[in-house]
Structure formats: C-alpha cells, structure tokens
Design a binder for this molecule. Structure first.
Ligand code: ADP
Ligand code: TYD
Length: 684
C-alpha cells in the first residue's frame, strides 16, 4: 500500500471501464464531494449562528459560543456512527438497495436544502444527525452493490478506488468551498441585490451535488433488488472492545495502533479548530476552506510521496520521526499569528501525519499474521473513527472553555491574541510530541545508530567511503572522450614520478570482469533486460573492488580506473532510464560504497566522441539521445560534488587535457607512497 505501482494504477483505470461501476463511482464522487462541502458549510454556519446558543448557555461569551456550536455540529456528525449503527443496520436490512442508493441521495439533497430555509442552529443539529443516519445506510448499500457491478478479480481495485474517492474528494471540496464563499462575496459586491449568503451558497451547491448523484445512480441498470443487509449491524464500539483483546497483546502492534491514531488526531485537531482559529487570525470562511484544504493536501502528499523521500530510514524510525514531527509542527502552528504561515505549516503537519499513516499501515500489513490481519484492520479503522470523533468534538469544546485571551505587550500598543483554539493546539502539540517520542523509543530497531546518521543518509545519500591510504582516481565520460588515452598518459607520468600505479578499467579489470565485459558489450548478446545489464556491470564492480582496487589502496598505491560507479549511474540510470536511486543502491552495495578521491570527467559532445573511432559495441550502438542523457548525467554528478570532480573539455589537444589532469592530481598524492619511501604508519 505504500505506493500505487504501475500495475495497480492500471487495474484502477481498468475497473472504471465497467460502465455501471463508473456511474456508481461518479455518484460516489459527487456525494463525497457534497459530504465534505457539507461538513465545511455546516460548521461555518454553526459559527455564524452560534448566538442562538446564548439562550441555553447564558454566561458564555461570543468566542466560547462559536466553539460550542461547532463542537455541537461535529458531535452530531460523529455520534450517529457510534451509537446508531444498529438502527442504521435495521434499515439496511429492510430497505431495497436501489431505493436506498437513489433516495438516500435525494433525501440528503433535500435535508441540505432545508438548512438555509429553516435558518436555525437547532435545525442544523437535527439535520446533521439525519443526514449522517442516511449516510450510514447509504454507504453499506454502496459497498454491497460494487460486487454486482465488477468481476471478482477487480473487486479489490474497485474498493481501493472507492476509498480513495471518499477521502480524496476532501481536497477539491475544500477548494470549492473556498471558491464558493469567495465568489458569493464577489456577487455580493457586484450585484448587491442578489447577495446570497456565502454559506447558503455552499449548501445549495452541496444539495445539487447529491441530487445529481441520485440521478446518475438512478440510471444504473444492474443494482440488484432487495436489502443489502450484512455488515451494517456491528457497532464500532464493539469492534474496538473485541479488537483490543488480540491487538493489545503485541507491543509493536500496540505502538503502531496508538501512533496511527495519533496521526489522525493531529489532522483532526487542526480541522476541528480551523474555523475559530482562522477567525482569530483575521480570516473568514474562504480562509477556513483553505486551511482545511491544506490538511488534506499535506496528507495526500505524505501518503503518496513521503516514504520515497526518506527511503534510507528504517520504517519503524520513519514512523516515530513522522509522528514526532507532526507534534512539533503543531507548536509553531499554535504560536504563529499569520494566516499564510499557518496554512503552510498545516500542509507540513498533514504531510507528516500522512507519512506516519502510510508507514504505520504498511508495517501493520507486514507484521500482523494473516489470520488476524482482517480483524486488525477493522479494529484500527474503528479506533480511528472513534478517536477522530472524540477529537473533532472535544477540541472545539476545550477551545470554548478556555475562551478568549489577549496579551498586552509591555511598552507597546501591540496586543497578542491567543484564544482557546491556539491553546488547544498547544495542548495537542505537547500530547502528540510525547506520543511520537514514546512510539519512536519503543519501536526503534536501530538503537546505537544515531538518528542523525540515518537522516543524513536518507536525505543527502551516504557521503561514501574514501580510502585513508592510497589515491583512487576515476576517469569518466561518454564514448571517445579520451579516457583510455589520458589514463595511460597519467599512469606513465606517475610511474616516472616514482609512484606504484595500478591502471585498470570497468568493465573488465579482472578475469571474471573480462568475461562479463564480453557478455555486456558483444553485439552477439543482443537485447539484455535493463536489470540484467545493471547487475552484470555491478558484478564486475564488486569483483574489481574486492580483488584489485581495495588491495592496491591498502598498499598505498595509486589506482586509476577507466570508468567506475558513475558510469552505471549515467548509462543504466540516465541512459536506460532505470530509477536512479535503485541503481545507486545496487552499485554502492557492489563497491562497498568506496569512492574515488577524484573523478575526472572528459566531457565531449556524443556525436564528436563517436566520430573519433569506428566499430560499435552494444552500448555504443545506442541512439544519440541515449548518449546525450549520459553526458548530462555526468555533468550533473560533477556539479553536485565539485570537491571530488574535475570536468575537462575533451575537445582540447591531448597534451593540454593531460596537463590539467596532472595539476588536479598532484595535491592528492600525499596519501600515496613513492618507491624508496617508508610508509608513514602501517596501521593506516
Ligand atoms: N583530446 C583528443 N583530441 C582528439 N582525439 C582524441 C583526444 N583524446 C583521444 N583522442 C582519440 O579519440 C579516440 C578515442 O579515445 P579513447 O582514449 O579510446 O577514448 P575513450 O576511452 O574515452 O573511449 C582515439 O582514437 C584517440 O586517439
Ligand atoms: C563501467 C560501465 C560501463 N558501461 C558502458 C559504457 C561503455 O559503453 C562500455 C564500456 O566502455 P569503455 O570502457 O569506454 O569501452 P571502450 O574500450 O569501447 O572505450 O560499458 C556501462 O554502461 N555501465 C558501467 O557501469
């Protein structure tokens, strides 16, 4: 689940070829979109109409009322799933599935439409519960219908795409909400007579999306008649209690579950507080939509790319680091008083939470035995829902109880406003960071290795090993740049200077290497799989380093190799377009990450280089574009680490090139012994 591979992307698009499933999916997309916009609009509306609560909560100030009203809506939203599962199940068992799917959408459309018409906070609460109840019946009916619309083999892809659509629609929904609230402000400004309330506008849009979804689904032919029945009855509370019995036994799984829930809680806290928080920072409904979008953008990016970014880190460490990062990021979120900065930090919080979720989920999948995996995931799902419910409803409640506070800065007239939302975020920051650190400690599988080392490797790649004795030089570049020529000139010069020199090359610097060279370069070999080619070159390198290069460096000699690891990065990586990171791993492993002190890149235009000799081996027969990619790769690598590279224009006369090489090599020779010289120390 870490990443959607090419194969499963294919199966995802393939499943959409089934017309009926596609229509159901469009319906699902529309109603999910409506659902998310509904969440935003209803909380925004609660914020607007919170004054009505004053009748029951006389003493509370405006700020507290706004938070309580939002907490109320969120509570009404999550409560039905927790306590009314059986009632929803009862309906699902009796109502015709087709009727549920179609009328479920129409009824929700009508309920959303009724909210602005009634115009009371109390009706917002009631309608929210009703809408949620309908959704509780609608969802399982949809799930039960999918198997009738796609073949069995496509079921998993269909379920995946449904899940992705349900959550993935949060981001477009938030952006739409922002656009709707902004544009209605614009209407207001441009044509005062029309002046719809921005939130009403969003609710209207939302009602329409449910209505259209109903129409789309009504056009489906293959929805079977009869009730969906089945899995609706089980209450999440029961799943949670039962689940803990077997999950609680394993410390790793326990840590994972707590952590995954923590990740969701971090995102949930931001969402629950967003409306009053943006108001504290001077923003309105559009800013609310943007902040909401920021959470989901971050989550999505984190799930999609996060684990790639930190490939070198152990999963367990990555999980702990991501959680702690999410927690730490909540501190600046609480403290900083700029809407723009807060939005940017929110994306990062979402990102960290997304990484934690995806790594946690992957580990659960790997570490939980087959027999109980299904139940474990159901348990985790229910736990997440439960925790989210608690966080969503509690966070604004706490914020309301803390109330509004401002700090007058001494000797200035600046006032810092830190209201309940900011303080609640601060509390969440402390809790999350603690959860993160504990989970990191508990699950660390590399104790003894400082995190710093791991992080450096993950971010910048390993710095590599440089021999403390001898001098290791590599000549690199495209074909016909003069590598062999220059290697010989350099070798002769060094020997004249009295150094012991080993002149060697890749591929083919050893007996095994010569045979491998024959395979990879002979035209008789014909097509080789790119991976095979890479491994053959890697095998040549491993043998070469172990039997030729490392021993010579240990004897403090100068080693000149005609091509080395950079060639595989350039030819197999950029030329063949295999993933660079993977090639690098293979080549670094093969060479024990031993790196040249200096790499001399003889840079030449591929066409010119090729014109210098006749006859083409397997690699040389590749296209000019291939060789151009190779050339750029060498230049790129050299630019990234100038201290270990020199790039020389290979069009210059042989003597000039050779002269420049000598100038660069000379200062490095201190590490090499000259004949007649006594080694500085033999332990070196
Ligand atoms: N600086 C140079 N200018 C012109 N021709 C060169 C130069 N260096 C080498 N050559 C010629 O180019 C051809 C390829 O050189 P070689 O050293 O085998 O390159 P490589 O090992 O990079 O493929 C040889 O015929 C060589 O004499
Ligand atoms: C070392 C190495 C070479 N190669 C390619 C580059 C060259 O085309 C070929 C060997 O090149 P080279 O030694 O330059 O052969 P020549 O004697 O013809 O100049 O192998 C790779 O693709 N990957 C590698 O890791």
């Amino acid at each position: 689940m870490t990443e959607i591979s090419a194969a499963s992307t294919h199966s995802l698009t393939a499943v959409l070829k089934y017309r009926d499933f596609r229509n159901l999916w469009i319906g699902l997309g529309l109603s999910s979109l409506g659902d998310w916009i509904g969440l935003l609009a209803l909380t925004a509306l609660a914020n607007q109409q919170s004054g009505e609560l004053a009748a029951v909560l006389g003493g509370a100030d405006e700020y507290a009322l706004a938070n309580f009203a939002i907490a109320g809506v969120l509570l009404m939203r999550v409560l039905p799933a927790l306590v009314m599962g059986p009632i929803a199940g009862w309906f699902a068992d009796r109502l015709d599935r087709r009727t549920v799917l179609i009328w479920g959408d129409y009824v929700r459309a009508a309920l959303f439409l009724s909210i602005p018409l009634v115009g009371s906070l109390w009706w917002v609460f009631v309608a929210t519960v009703l809408i949620e109840m309908v959704s509780l019946v609608w969802g399982p009916a949809k799930d039960a219908t999918v198997p009738n619309l796609v073949p069995r083999a496509r079921l998993e892809a269909a379920n995946q795409i449904s899940l992705a659509t349900t959550y993935g629609s949060a981001l477009p929904a938030a952006l739409l909400f922002t656009a709707l609230t902004l544009s209605s402000q614009f209407y207001d400004y441009a044509f005062g007579w029309l002046a719809p309330d921005p939130v009403d506008f969003a609710l209207l849009f939302n009602a329409v999306s449910f209505f259209v979804s109903g129409i789309v689904i009504a056009r489906l032919r293959d929805i079977p008649r009869g009730p969906a029945g089945g899995e609706t009855g089980e209450s999440p509370l029961k799943v949670v209690v039962d689940g803990w019995k077997y999950v609680g036994g394993t410390p790793l799984v326990r840590g994972l579950v707590v952590g995954i829930i923590g990740a969701f809680a971090a995102g949930g806290v931001v969402i629950a507080l967003a409306r009053t928080f943006v108001a504290d920072l001077g923003g309105g409904d559009p800013a609310y939509g943007v902040l909401f979008a920021a959470v989901f953008l971050g989550l999505g990016l984190g799930m999609w790319r996060g684990t790639r970014l930190l490939q070198g880190l152990s999963r367990r460490r990555l999980f702990g680091v991501a959680l702690t990062t999410a927690g730490l990021l909540l501190f600046p979120l609480a403290a900083l008083q700029s809407l723009e900065v807060v939005t940017a930090v929110t994306v990062l919080v979402g990102f960290a939470a997304g990484v934690a979720w995806i790594t946690g989920n992957t580990m659960l999948g790997l570490e939980v035995p087959d027999e109980i995996r299904g139940r474990t995931f159901a348990f985790v799902g229910s736990m997440i829902r439960l925790a989210l419910s608690v966080v969503l409803a509690m966070a604004p409640l706490v914020a309301g109880l803390i109330g509004a506070h401002s700090i007058q800065l001494p000797n200035t007239d600046r006032v810092l406003v830190y209201n309940g939302a900011a303080w609640t975020l601060l509390i969440a920051a402390v809790l999350m960071t603690v959860v993160g650190v504990i989970s990191y400690r508990q699950m660390d599988d590399r104790s003894g290795v400082p995190l710093r080392t791991d992080l450096r490797r993950a971010f910048g790649g390993s710095p590599g090993l440089f021999s403390a004795t001898g001098v290791f030089l590599a000549l690199e570049g495209g074909e016909g740049g003069g590598k062999s020529t220059q290697a010989e000139w350099l070798c002769r010069w060094l020997e004249e200077e009295g150094y012991a020199v080993v002149l060697t090359r890749q591929p083919g610097g050893t007996e095994v290497g010569r045979r491998l060279r024959e395979i990879v370069l002979s035209l008789e070999t014909g097509d080789l799989s790119d991976r095979t080619e890479t491994l053959l070159y890697a095998a040549d390198k491993a043998e070469h380093v172990d039997t030729v290069i490392a021993p010579a460096l240990a004897r403090s000699e100068v080693v000149i190799t005609d091509r080395y690891v950079d060639s595989t990065l350039a030819y197999q990586g950029a030329g063949r377009a295999l993933p660079q990171a993977e090639i690098e791993k293979v080549a670094r492993w093969a060479t024990r990450d031993l790196r040249p002190h200096l790499t001399i890149v003889l840079d030449v235009d591929p066409a010119e280089g090729m014109s210098r000799f006749e006859g083409r081996d397997r690699i040389e027969s590749e296209s000019l574009e291939f060789h151009e990619r190779v050339r750029q790769a060498f230049l790129h690598m050299a630019a990234a680490k100038p201290e270990h590279y020199v790039v020389i224009d290979a069009r210059r006369p042989v003597e000039e090139v050779s002269e420049e090489i000598r100038r660069r090599v000379e200062p490095l020779l201190l590490q090499a012994t000259r004949s007649g010289q006594v080694e500085a120390s033999d332990d070196a």
